[in-house]
Design a protein. Sequence first.
Length: 246
Amino acid sequence: MKSNFIGQDETLDDLELDNLMIIQKQSGYKFSTDSVLLANFAKVKRNERYVDLCSGSGIVAILVSYKNKPAESIAVEIQSDIADMAKRSIMYNKLSIEVLNQNLINTPQTLGCETIDVITINPPYNPVGKTSNNSQIAMSTHEISINLSQIAISVSKLLKFGGRLYIVYRADRLVDLIFELRKNKLEPKVIRIVYPKQSKEPNLVLLEAKKGAKGGVKILPPLVLNNEDGSETDELKDIYGRKPNS
């Protein structure tokens, strides 16, 4: 069965959740902890229309859709080879998620303006500069095909009034993120700062924004991923579904 889904230079990796698997390139971009954190942070209801932008291999869309079972799930990815892997991962896991291979700038036209209840996005959040020689990795991690301003504009067009955005972003660009969101009527409502260790500077931020909401934000307790000895904290183990003593 696996041979029907796996191509050359690809692996089938365990997502450690009810036998869910994902196809990834051995020599290309692979999902990281930030995607798992985002999928855990997002809240989606069963009657909602859900979209994952910058979907990559489909990791966030797969986890969110499996856990929350929204009425409709759509994953949007610009790179055709990665979008194809996402489609095959979805088929392998027997999930109902539509994959659109296009630039997210075009999604309001494709899906309709103000038609989406919830959006998740783990965007390329590094400014264009020195990048990987691997074009797939470079486009997945740097603002080559899309930037933060374009993302905020597109999200605002897609979301219904009261619709919610869940995003993971670089902590040192939090001010930029909030500025672009508020400029597009996306009001930050929940923020959680992520630390690799208690003794380290934060490197990520998880943020929920609501379209058309009034001001006022809730700051959650910090999320620390690893203990000082490098082992995973109990909360990170819980997010991954691992036993605390594992």
